[in-house]
Design a protein around this ligand. Structure first.
Ligand SMILES: [Zn+2]
Length: 300
């Protein structure tokens, strides 16, 4: 590859984007689609860096730094804040589209495009169809089926997927040669082939330490079936949504890796289904503690 992407995996996708750029055949709209935390937003950002930097994506000039930090005037990020993208938000995007450009391109990175309401999407479509010259939209989605067909038909879709654990571990070892083998193995387990997640954990020691702590809690849970201990832990995580999310994600990943190793596969599949059901109930605001206590009782 010509550019220094510093991204694990996704070579096919990066090659495709590079060949569009190098052949001068850039589409005015891309949709990077795939599961969350595989690195789509990072790819979107690096792609913007490549397009905006006049020095072959040098990682060193003010443009590269500004794009990286999210403060580049003509690279506008609409970050996923879990809120829907409404018509007023689209009006602001259109306004910025029509403002004079001072860089190579005007680029809009819109995360999780399925957040756009139908009304907003209808107004966005006109801009997507005929954007001003050298304007590029880079959209991302975790769920391509939730994206309106009218948007899908106007973008170039690039599909991303998780990578294998063996591949991820090999790449992490190359990127972090001084890191403990045990940490590499754990990060690979926590991220389950999601490269964005893996790099994020490697770069954030505090978050990694937190994951390792929860991991040992999860292992304790699976090894000790003392219901009093389990319930007291439930009390603890029921107070903190972030903790709950980490716990559930690590628990499912541990069970998935046990399934891959052929250990009690049927039991674990049943438990994963129960975890998914529990999370659905929690999203529907059913009493959190009650749901978690039921889940603990069903863990084998
Ligand atoms: Zn640069």
């Amino acid at each position: 590859m010509k550019y220094n992407w510093s991204i694990i995996g996704h070579e096919k996708q990066l090659n495709l984007i590079e060949s569009d750029i190098l052949s001068g055949n850039i589409s005015h709209a891309y949709l990077l689609a795939g599961p969350n935390s595989v690195g789509k937003n990072t790819v979107a950002k690096k792609m913007s860096g490549i397009l905006q930097c006049s020095n072959d994506f040098c990682h060193d000039c003010p443009t590269c730094t500004q794009v990286e930090k999210g403060c580049h005037l003509d690279t506008i990020e609409i970050i996923d804040d879990k809120e829907s993208i409404k018509i007023d938000d689209v009006r602001k995007i259109i306004e910025r589209c029509n403002m004079t450009r001072q860089s190579n391109y005007k680029i809009f990175l819109i995360q999780t495009i399925e957040r756009m309401t139908t009304e907003a999407a209808n107004s966005f479509l006109k801009m997507l169809e005929e954007p001003p010259e050298r304007t590029i939209f880079i959209l991302t989605t975790n769920n391509v089926r939730a994206v309106l067909p009218t948007i899908l038909s106007r973008v170039r879709v690039v599909n991303f997927a998780v990578v294998s654990a063996t591949y991820l571990e090999k790449k992490l070892r190359e990127m972090y040669p001084t890191q403990d083998e045990d940490v590499i193995k754990k990060v690979s387990l926590f991220s389950l082939g999601k490269t964005g997640k893996a790099v994020n954990l490697m770069e954030n020691p505090e978050e990694l330490a937190n994951y390792i702590k929860v991991y040992s809690d999860v292992m304790f849970f699976l090894e000790h079936r003392n219901i009093t201990d389990r319930f007291s832990y439930v009390n603890d995580i029921a107070e903190d949504e972030g903790k709950l999310e980490t716990f559930v994600s690590i628990l499912s990943n541990v069970l998935r890796s046990k399934i891959l190793n052929g250990e009690n596969a049927e039991d674990h599949i049943r438990t994963i289904i129960k975890i998914d059901e529990a999370m659905t109930l929690i999203k529907k605001n059913v009493n959190l503690k009650l749901v978690l206590e039921n889940l603990m009782l069903s863990l084998k």
